[in-house]
Design a protein around this ligand. Sequence first.
Ligand SMILES: NC(=O)c1ccc[n+]([C@@H]2O[C@H](COP(=O)([O-])OP(=O)(O)OC[C@H]3O[C@@H](n4cnc5c(N)ncnc54)[C@H](OP(=O)(O)O)[C@@H]3O)[C@@H](O)[C@H]2O)c1
Length: 217
Amino acid sequence: MSLVRVQNFSISLDGFGTGDGQSLDAPFGHAGERLHEWMFATRWGHELLGRPGGTGGIDDAFARLFSVGIGAEIMGSGKFGPPGWHSDPDWHGPWGPNPPFHTPVFVLTHHSRPSLEMDGGTTFHFLDAPPAEALEAARAAAGGLDVRIGGGPSMLRDFLAAGLVDHLHVVVVPILLGRGVRLWDGLEDFDRNYTIETMVSPTGVTHLTFTRTGADG
Ligand SMILES: NC(=O)c1ccc[n+]([C@@H]2O[C@H](COP(=O)([O-])OP(=O)(O)OC[C@H]3O[C@@H](n4cnc5c(N)ncnc54)[C@H](OP(=O)(O)O)[C@@H]3O)[C@@H](O)[C@H]2O)c1
């Protein structure tokens, strides 16, 4: 059975997965780029941006697991675009013509629209369905590979609450955001069903992996 995985999901010390005031110019609101600076400093992050260089080490090793063995992603409407994207029929997401997913991507939204085929193998499908149903659709499209839950924090929280996630990689960034959207709210005792390992990177971020008890792989 393929696994349901979360990779590189970054939160602040106070648990926010995005800042306040998301907009076209500020996809993470007042958090700016601070939640993902660790990732874009890595060699993998540089490759993603088409630049030479970048760091090796723990952060790079984790970051590149993003696409390994993944056959589809499910993301929330708030990751696909800033508030108001629904009213722009030409909105294709913030990643340009060749998004970094290279698989089918299921965008959860109550405002459905026709699928969008992008360069590089990414096709966005728009789906209004509860988490378990969305997962069924993504699994069917993933060709036996794993399904990545891409966030943002609201939809990820729903998938965690529904007990659908096998492997969760969270990166705690040592910043305090104070406001935004929290990941952990309402997930009391979530940790009890997982084996948790923690690795502190010399860069200051902490990688936590939650592996569901009994999940194979
Ligand atoms: N920290 C990280 O690593 C990370 C990762 C990814 C994204 N982000 C950031 O997180 C932010 C977005 O997160 P968010 O919490 O605001 O929003 P989100 O989780 O991306 O999306 C929530 C929205 O998705 C739609 N939705 C969710 N579940 C649905 C369902 N079952 N059926 C139909 N529609 C559903 C609804 O929007 P509709 O109004 O369209 O129905 C809902 O308001 C962005 O700033 C993004 O950049 C952070």
